[in-house]
Ligand binder design. Structure first.
Ligand SMILES: *Cc1c(COP(=O)(O)O)cnc(C)c1O
Length: 363
């Protein structure tokens, strides 16, 4: 077996001890005589798995008691519709910050449904190379919520701090940064995240929602999108993505056993510093993102020559450093260095970058 360093933006690497544990329990979970995949979601064994998953996530993220934790389907993209459907009833209008492709999609989805939504800030004119600044006074006083994407997976930018939206609930897509470092959940009305970047395989979306925000759903909304119904049914209004939630539980367990999110933050900051430190020390590669907006999880860079970029991704893959090609909409390179990417992977990447620069002088 020869595992590679997989820099994919998602689905992405999972911790080896988690995969090993899942493999050891594949045919028979505990005394159940069956795989978790084959289990009724109403069985006592499975009830314990999903309850533990929630308990561990609450402990890891220090989620206050007045927040519900939901395990839903449909990916983060389904929440682009679910967010307005659940919250717009508060005042009838909502504000969005567009800092990249996913926040743009979220904004468009709300617009498509005919709601009164406004983009209050964007960095589109600068090709999303930074997080746009926005202040409380730019938000409409009667906005039902303000939506942001906390870490922009494609462009490699992240909010340097949680924006202050006063009493207006802040809704954040954290798909590509959840569990990468501690975050003060109480500053948010809603946090949501697809699992396949930093939590589990694809198939489950985590929604963390403040209880008082469960009262504003459009009565005509699809049942499956209504957070309140999902909360009342312990995320089991229908069959949840049972196996994915089980893997998420193993990941939470692994994080708790290895020092929690404070330890992960230090680990991730060290990895990111290795890569950004190298990028800042030379001029062969260009890191397009403004320093104050740099992501801890997704690091973008280019050579400035599309052919060289292509060659880079190809040769890196041959050297066991996979999926470094940037998103199809922006080109260049992107190294996604989520929790499960070992420091060794980043060290190997930096060594490869040096070698490639030496072997491929620019004209
Ligand atoms: C990947 C990603 C999405 C899309 O997630 P799906 O689960 O594929 O719908 C949305 N937002 C962010 C920030 C992402 O990284």
């Amino acid at each position: 077996m020869n595992r590679v360093f997989n820099f994919s933006a998602g689905p992405s690497m999972l911790p080896v001890p988690v995969l090993e544990k899942a493999a050891s329990e594949m045919l028979c979970y505990g005394e159940s005589g069956m795989s978790v995949m084959e289990m009724s979601h109403r069985s006592p064994d499975y009830e314990a798995i999903i309850n533990d998953a929630e308990k561990m996530l609450r402990e890891l993220m220090q989620i206050p008691d007045n927040y519900k934790v939901l395990f839903l389907q449909g990916g983060a993209s389904t929440q682009f519709a679910a967010v307005p459907l659940n919250l717009i009833g508060r005042t009838g209008k909502a504000d969005y910050v567009v800092s990249g492709q996913f926040s743009g999609k979220a904004f468009k989805e709300a617009q498509k449904m005919g709601y009164d939504v406004k983009c209050v800030a964007t960095s589109k004119d600068d090709n999303f190379d930074h997080i746009p600044t926005f202040t409380k006074d730019m938000i409409r006083e009667d906005a039902a919520y303000v939506h942001i994407c906390f870490n922009n997976t494609i462009y490699g930018t992240k909010y340097p701090e949680i924006p202050d939206t006063g009493d207006i609930p802040l809704v954040a897509d954290m798909s590509s940064c959840i569990l990468s470092e501690p975050v003060d959940v109480s500053r948010f009305g809603v946090i949501y995240a697809g699992a396949q970047k930093n939590v589990a395989p694809a198939g489950v979306t985590i929604v963390i929602v403040r209880e008082d925000l469960l009262e504003y759903a459009d009565p005509k909304m699809p049942t499956m999108l209504e957070w309140k119904i999902m909360a009342e049914n312990g995320s089991m209004y229908n069959t949840p993505p049972t196996y994915t939630i089980y893997i998420a539980k193993l990941v939470f367990e692994h994080l708790l056993a290895t020092g929690g999110l404070a330890a992960k933050k230090a680990y991730n900051e060290n990895k990111a510093a290795l890569l950004y430190g190298y990028l800042d020390s030379q001029d062969y590669y260009i890191a397009p993102v403004k320093k104050e907006s740099r992501s801890l999880m997704n690091v973008t860079f280019v050579t400035g020559d599309a052919e060289l970029d292509k060659k880079f991704a190809k040769e890196a893959a041959a050297a066991g450093l996979k999926n470094l090609k940037g998103h199809r909409s922006v080109g260049g390179m992107r190294a996604s260095i989520y929790n499960a990417m070992p420091t060794e992977g980043v060290e190997k990447l930096v060594a490869f970058m040096k070698e490639f620069a030496a072997n491929n002088p620019k004209a």
